[in-house]
Design a protein around this ligand. Sequence first.
Ligand SMILES: Nc1ncnc2c1ncn2[C@@H]1O[C@H](COP(=O)(O)OP(=O)(O)OP(=O)(O)O)[C@@H](O)[C@H]1O
Ligand SMILES: [Mg+2]
Length: 240
Amino acid sequence: MTNAIRIEQLVVEYPVRRNVVRALDGIDFSVPQGQVVGFLGPNGAGKTTAMHVLLGFVRALSGNAFLFDQDVRDSIARERIGYLSDVTETHRFLTGRETLAFAGRLFGLKGRRLRQRIETVLDRVALEEVADRRVGGYSRGMLQRLGLAQALINDPDLLILDEPTSGLDPLGRMRIRQLIADLRAAGKTVFFSSHELSEVERVCDRLVIVARGRVVAEGPQSSVVPPDENLETFFLRVIA
Ligand SMILES: Nc1ncnc2c1ncn2[C@@H]1O[C@H](COP(=O)(O)OP(=O)(O)OP(=O)(O)O)[C@@H](O)[C@H]1O
Ligand SMILES: [Mg+2]
């Protein structure tokens, strides 16, 4: 089976003053196609950095990263990828619908197909009611939903979501769980970071747990977490 994501011995350092911070210290993991994989780790473990390497925002010092077997250093098409950033950046003066139209055009969507796609993703994240309001007046949860809608606009095969449930109310979280289940049922791959262990426990096929820039546990959830432990106690033990 092809892997949607493959990361090999990846090292990333950031220059900080005259020193460097080693954010990734030789991580290795893969995300099989069609699976939902949770990316866990304490603050500063390197989750966002690993995602940034996959998206081409950050260059690794050494090691390799592949999306659908293509090296991320090559100028590959990212048409098959949807991405939700951990920070929401939007144009305050556009409405939600306009924001999605803009995102869709970046992927070459237009006309009726674009309009249909916008309605589909608005429905997916339950944002129709406020879709014609300016984004500047959105609440945190609304912005998060808009970010998710943006990540879905191109109907991607792989979704890379950096803390998708952060800022969402219980209903919003439930909808994200449902959305992830629907994506899996449609054969998509979802790779998402989260600090919500109970959410992760419910939706993930596999886990990748990182600490201090290294993988400390990886595999199918059922075989990673021992039967006499829950995810929280296991997590706290392996990151220690
Ligand atoms: N642009 C940057 N410049 C300098 N250091 C950075 C930069 N981005 C990340 N780091 C450092 O790299 C390490 C990993 O950070 P990263 O944001 O990848 O962690 P994370 O696992 O996503 O954490 P969180 O759960 O808080 O989102 C941290 O030590 C962080 O301070
Ligand atoms: Mg992060």
